[in-house]
Design a binder for this molecule. Structure first.
Ligand SMILES: [Zn+2]
Ligand SMILES: [Zn+2]
Length: 125
């Protein structure tokens, strides 16, 4: 079977390929799984930042599988996210804290002001 790279997405995978084994079971957390395989803009001991495959904007993911980091942690994560936007993207950002589809694992998107998706906003190298 060919190796399929996995990307970070803010959506839960609803259908597992038949026969696929996941240590998280059918309610697997996409963010925990992606943490091991995604290409990252940034990482440190408390978070990682990758482009969300669904939204095409960077999102910061806390390394804890927990929905409620302290305000202090949140502030730090948001600052790191801002730096990534400055370096890799070309838009004025707002923090989107809404965890629509994975409400039990803290993550935040950096979205363009007045927008939602980041398609075409990645800086040319
Ligand atoms: Zn998780
Ligand atoms: Zn997303």
């Amino acid at each position: 079977m060919p190796w399929v790279p996995m990307f970070a997405k803010c959506v839960r995978r609803s259908i597992l390929r038949s026969g696929e084994m996941s240590i998280f079971g059918s309610g697997g957390c996409e963010l925990c799984e992606a943490a091991r395989m995604s290409e990252w803009f940034y990482e440190d001991e408390e978070c990682w930042i990758a482009e969300c495959e669904s939204c095409a904007v960077p999102m910061v993911v806390w390394r804890e599988h927990d929905a409620n980091p302290s305000e202090e942690v949140k502030t730090r994560l948001h600052e790191k996210l801002e730096k990534v936007v400055e370096e890799f993207f070309d838009f004025e950002m707002r923090i989107d804290n809404n965890m629509r589809t994975i409400p039990d694992h803290y993550h935040a998107h950096a979205r363009p002001k007045g927008g939602f998706y980041g398609y075409g906003l990645r800086r040319a190298k």
